[in-house]
Every structure is written in C-alpha cells, then in structure tokens.
Design a protein around this ligand. Sequence first.
Ligand code: UDP
Ligand code: MG
Length: 361
Amino acid sequence: MKRPALSIVVPCYNEAACLDILHARVSAAAKAAVGEDYEIVLVNDGSKDASWPTMQRLAAADPHLVAINLSRNHGHQLALTAGLDLCCGAQIMIIDADLQDPPELLADMRATMIAEQADVVYAVRRKREGESVFKKLTAAIFYRVLDRVTDTPIPLDTGDFRLMSRRALDAFLSLPEQARFIRGMVAWIGFRQVPYLYDRAERHAGETKYPLAKMIRFALDAVTGFSTAPLRFASHVGLALTGASLLLFVYIAIGFFTGTAVQGWTSTMLVVVLLGAVQMFVLGMIGEYLGRLYVESKRRPLYLVADVAGPVQGRATLGYRAEPVAIAAPVALPEPASKPATKPAPAARRKPRIKPPATPA
Ligand code: UDP
Ligand code: MG
C-alpha cells in the first residue's frame, strides 16, 4: 500500500452531531493542501450515540476515510494512539472531532513545517472560546504547575492539535506506556518542534467529554508520567519534619525540666493532625506511582479494535506496533493430519441433548 501524503487522525467519543461537518471541513482542507493524496482516520472510542453508524455511512461514500471502532471506551489518549498506530501518511495531523481546532489551519501549519524544517508543529491556544472560566483557569494552572515539576519541557497551553512528520510519529509510537499523556510524549521525543499560535473555537455541538474526574486523572498521568518531583517532595517533607521535631524535642525537654509539661494539649493535637495529614498525602502520592507501575507491569494491549470500515488492507503490517490490534473473525483450525479423514467429528457422534421441537399437530 502506498503511503498517502497526509493522514488526519480524529478520536471521537459521542460526536455523532459533529461528524458530517467535520468530514466536510477536514476533506476540504486536506484537498486544498495535498489534492487527493490523503486519508482521514476516525476512531470511535466506544461512543454510546450514533457515531459508529455515521462513520460507517461516511466511509462507504468516501474512499479517503477509514473508520476504526474500538471494543469499548478506552479514553481520549488511547483512542488517539489507535488512530496514530493505524494511519499511514507521510505527514500526520491530529485534530479533535468537535471542531474546536479549525481544520483550515492545515495549510498554514504545513507551510510552517516546511519553512522551519520542523518535525512537529504544535498548535498553541491563544484564546479559548466558549469554555467555562473554571476550565480555562484549571487548564492555565495545570500547564504552569506541570512546567515546574516535569523534567521534559512540555509546551504551555498546547493540546494534541498538531502536525507531525512520519519519523516523529514513528519515534512516538515506540513509547510503550499505558498511561499516555501524548502531548508530553511528543515533546519528549525531541527533533525540531515549533509552536503555531491559534484561537481555539467553540465546540460545534455537544459538550466536553472531559468532566472533572477525567481531567484530574489526565493531570495525574501527566505529572507522574513526566516527573518524579512528587516523590522527591516526600523526602523533602520528611527532612523538614525531622528538623522541626528536633526543635520540638528541645521544647518538650524545657517543659519537662520547668514543670509545665501538662499544658500544651492544643500544640500536641496540632502536631498529630498535621503529621497525620502529611503522612496520608505522601502515602497517597507514592500510591499514585505504585498504581501506575502495577498497570504498566500487566503489559496489556493499549486498546482493542472491534471493527474497521474503509480501505484497510495492509494496515496492520504498516502500523508501527507489531502486536495484533484487530481481532479477526474466528478462524477454523485445520484438523491434525494423524486423524483419519472419514472419522466423524465428535459433535456429530454425540446424541443431540436437546430434543427436536415437537411438530404441531
Ligand atoms: N474523546 C475520546 N474519548 C474520550 C473522551 C474524549 O475520544 O473518552 C475525544 C472527543 O471526542 C474529542 C477529543 O477527544 O474529539 C477531545 O475531547 P473534548 O473536546 O471533549 O475535550 P475538551 O476540548 O473539552 O478538552
Ligand atoms: Mg473539545
């Protein structure tokens, strides 16, 4: 199979209302950029709405479109990984399904990639339309805290909307972790990466698929995936508390020798409560790392594909990952050669257990 010049990869979760317009706008942008030499890879991440039938309908009418149906909701970052695994373009654009990232910027991003001789052009949000103050504020704080604690410099206010070269994508696909913070992982691979400023639009339809709980998990994946600073924090706190307890020891000794030892219930309680809280916090932090270690150690596949619609021949081998990702229909195993061919199959020899239904009189 020939590599198309461009792949556009879109993870979708309950985005049926966006798909038609997404398809139209992405197709127009791709045609303007590379003519007919492109593919669109839509990944259905276990949607509960009509996303999959819509994708099948679109794929039946458009030979540029490949749709992948995951076996269940695997989460945004894994759905995106599935699409990136299975796409085969020489350049790869990642975009959200809700049209918050305008596909029309493709031409300009490609021009930037060529002008800057970059392997990655990542889109940086200058403005975010139609998002809640809470989301904007937490996002702003999150990216800044992340920047402080991580060892890899991860660009601020940057989502997954980006253009990548094939060699950058192949480098990215060689990272095997389960807890995937893709924008950080792409930053980690290196090569030449340049920012591209844009204004983030409002969602075309529906609402965000990132409720608070998912956002927290995502943030924890980011921090634990790229930094051991929280673990270092534990030892720093331990050191500081040791110093403080030495001072306390002096205070206790003075109280003992001057006979004022009974007083001080308040301070005792304060110390107990504070130490308890700090211990729980540090334990929880260690737990976050331990839990992720546990998940990684199971080495499960990152995602499972249930169905594919569109031109997919040769994709499993073209994809970087060697493990099978598509579950094929059950294959009949050949009979062992030693068995005589005339011997009836065991099922046929056995008497049927279920009585045939009585024929009506
Ligand atoms: N998404 C996904 N699986 C999920 C959650 C989200 O594939 O479990 C997709 C979603 O359809 C969208 C993209 O990830 O294309 C980003 O999600 P969303 O727009 O809801 O996030 P926000 O822009 O609000 O941060
Ligand atoms: Mg969005």
